[in-house]
Design a protein around this ligand. Structure first.
Ligand code: HSE
Length: 313
């Protein structure tokens, strides 16, 4: 029987994952957004309420709200004869580099598809969600929405047509995501991306991106560690995140095998082997480092996780 109401959990994600600007993403087990949708007889999508962290920074305007734009796209692609009212509970702070808008866009698209009895496939849902990202950041990148929908580690081969692959990262891959109290809007961070790139940097990046995929596919954490190096985008954005390199060094000194800028920042992501290192120690090292500079920093000690899913309450 068709659903009249559904609640969806949409996970945070780390986009880029080192060398894969706009291509790679990984879903985190926590934090996440929750989106509740109800079928309405009037057409279109109405955002009833937004609560949670950073809710004040998220618009109710259904032409600009990422979840509403993504859900509207799904309704229109599927030719739905009903509308949706939506309540959003933000667990992911906007402008964090942890895929806040991507999670809401993915959750909105996924929830609309549930009410429609799932007519759209994953690539189509990711494409619809990318319109939500565009409403928020001005760019239709899908490297947060893709892992938020599919879970695991995702690779966007092509945006047009959308073609995304998913891999299971190694089961012992731990992830610490640290959020110093700076806000870096993706729209601003994208202005820092270089327009031209020297060929030797392209060669470096392609080599590292390729070996990162091989490391994820074979579960080789040593190879993942050696591959997490971005010589193009992170250096250009580093000035937006005070103490970025020092914070990454603090994570590695505390046991992470690599640390890098999460998405467009300011999230500092650290990967570690859960059999060998303690995520709480890594998190505390980054937190202590920032607090020593008078900056509050909240960290999640987590791992990779599943994509959007229906929850019962
Ligand atoms: N790939 C995007 C960027 C992700 O780096 O701008 C934004 O979180």
């Amino acid at each position: 029987m068709a659903l009249d109401r559904a609640i969806v959990r949409a996970p945070s994600t780390i986009a880029n994952v080192g060398p894969g600007f706009d291509v790679f993403g990984i879903a985190l087990e926590e934090p996440s957004d929750r989106i509740e949708v109800r079928r309405t007889s009037e057409p279109g999508v109405r955002v009833e309420s937004i609560v949670g962290v950073g809710a004040y920074a998220v618009t109710l305007d259904n032409t600009k709200n990422t979840a509403a734009v993504a859900a509207s796209k799904v309704l229109s692609v599927a030719g739905a004869d009903f509308g949706i009212s939506m309540r959003i509970d933000k667990g992911i702070r906007p402008a964090s580099g942890m895929g806040s808008s991507g999670a809401s866009a993915a959750g909105g698209a996924y929830a609309a598809n549930l009410l429609l009895e799932r007519p759209l496939d994953m690539n189509m849902l990711i494409s619809c969600a990318s319109f939500g990202e565009e409403a928020s950041s001005g760019s239709r990148h899908a490297d947060n929405a893709a892992p938020a929908l599919m879970g695991g580690f995702t690779i966007i081969r092509s945006n047009e047509p959308m073609d995304v692959m998913r891999l299971d990262p190694p089961k012992d891959l731990g992830i610490v995501a640290c959020l110093p109290e700076f806000a870096v809007p993706t729209r601003e961070a994208r202005k820092r991306v270089p327009k031209t790139v020297p060929m030797h940097d392209v060669v470096h990046q392609v080599g590292h991106a390729s070996s990162l995929v091989a490391g994820m596919a074979t579960g080789d954490m040593g190879l993942i560690a050696r591959s997490l190096d971005d010589v193009i985008v992170e250096p250009a954005r580093a000035p937006l995140v005070p103490f970025l390199k020092d914070a990454e060094r603090a994570a590695v000194s505390a046991g992470a095998f690599a640390s890098f800028l999460g998405g467009s920042g300011p999230c500092i992501a650290a990967f570690f082997d859960r059999r060998e290192a303690d995520g709480l120690v890594i998190a505390k090292a980054v937190q202590d480092f920032y607090e020593g500079h008078g900056v509050e920093c909240f960290c999640w000690n987590t791992t990779w996780g599943a994509g959007c899913e229906r929850v019962m309450q």
